[in-house]
Write a protein that binds this ligand. Structure first.
Ligand code: SF4
Ligand code: SF4
Length: 317
């Protein structure tokens, strides 16, 4: 068995150490639990012949690997010189060190209430071709978020299901989750991602100084408002759904900041500042969305508008 890894989650909660990446629809559904933001990251562009090596596992990328990376980039990512991912995700104080849905006993409070698909994909990475998922597992097996959880095993393991082997994701439920997450990311790109990318092109993606704000090994977080404005302009119903979402988020940010003030931690201060920036951006967006959309500014594609309405209201997912 080549490049095989097995996996058995005991729901210990160790990897639930921060809010997960979530679709806009998932954020709308769990609006009173997660503060939404946009996360922007650089995704390395791979070259044929490039050698990837992770903790004793390695490969040299061939033409098929590059085609697989390109296919992911074309459907899920954005290219402006470099390649970027723009996703929505939950945001919280890093000092809390846990996902807001993680309960004291280590269980997920929304496990049975349609928890984010990205949590079902764990520990795989939807932005990596299936043939290379063993490298993802090799890295995660030793990473801080999983260290000591003993849920990822090299090769076959008596108490774990075989997850990847010989370039394939062999566990049916993991493959299903991976497919659903990729499909959700493609839908996000269609519903708001492309519009947000274009709206940020001048000030971020075409500006080397602004791009320098994206950490090399992480992501830049900014207000989710550009995505909200993109979907709000789709139809009158979308505008109303967005205004409701904004109200919930302003209230949630207020509660979160209040709790931080009680903790009195110095390292919370920059996050409080960022959250206040999010709240201000929401207030400005709310003012913009206070009046019904003019007929000429609504989306003329009724079927697309209806899809977005169902998406945001939870009827389509
Ligand atoms: S660290 Fe491993 S065992 Fe614990 S919740 Fe995450 S995936 Fe499951
Ligand atoms: S939503 Fe649930 S499974 Fe996902 S990170 Fe939070 S606690 Fe963990």
């Amino acid at each position: 068995m080549v490049n095989a890894f097995s996996f058995a989650c005991t729901a210990c909660g160790k990897c639930c150490n921060s809010p997960p990446s979530m679709t806009l629809a998932e954020l709308f559904r769990h609006r009173d639990l997660f503060i939404g933001c946009l996360a922007i990251a650089r995704v390395p562009r791979r070259r044929e012949g490039e050698r990837l090596r992770v903790r004793g596992h390695g490969t040299v990328l061939d033409a098929a690997d590059i085609a697989a990376f390109d296919s992911i980039a074309q459907t899920l990512l954005h290219r402006a010189g470099d390649t970027f991912s723009i996703t929505t995700q939950g945001y919280d104080y890093p000092s809390v060190g846990r996902c807001p849905a993680l309960e004291e006993d280590g269980r997920c409070a929304i496990h049975f209430a349609r928890k984010p698909v990205t949590c079902e994909v764990v520990p795989l990475d939807p932005l990596v071709p299936d043939r290379l998922q063993h490298l993802v597992l090799a890295a995660r097996n030793q990473s801080g978020a999983y260290f000591g959880a003993n849920c990822i095993h090299e090769g076959e393991h008596a108490d774990a299901a075989l997850l990847v082997s010989d370039g394939h994701v062999v566990d049916a439920s993991a493959l299903d989750a991976l497919t659903r997450r990729r499909s959700a990311l493609a839908k996000e790109r269609e519903v708001w991602g492309r519009a947000v990318f274009e709206s940020l092109r001048e000030d971020l993606f075409n500006s080397p100084a602004a791009l320098a704000r994206i950490p090399a090994d992480g992501f830049l977080t900014i207000s989710i408002v550009p995505a909200i404005l993109a979907v709000a302009s789709t139809s009158e119903r979308c505008r109303q759904l967005c205004v409701d979402y904004i109200d919930s988020q302003i209230a949630l940010i207020g509660r979160s900041v209040q709790q931080a003030l009680l903790r009195r931690r110095l390292d919370d201060r920059p996050v409080t500042q960022e959250l206040r920036g999010f709240a201000n951006a929401y207030q400005r967006a709310k003012a913009l969305l206070a009046v019904p959309l003019a007929a000429e500014s609504r989306c003329s594609d009724a079927s697309f508008a209806s899809n977005v309405e169902m998406y945001l209201s939870g009827a389509a997912n």
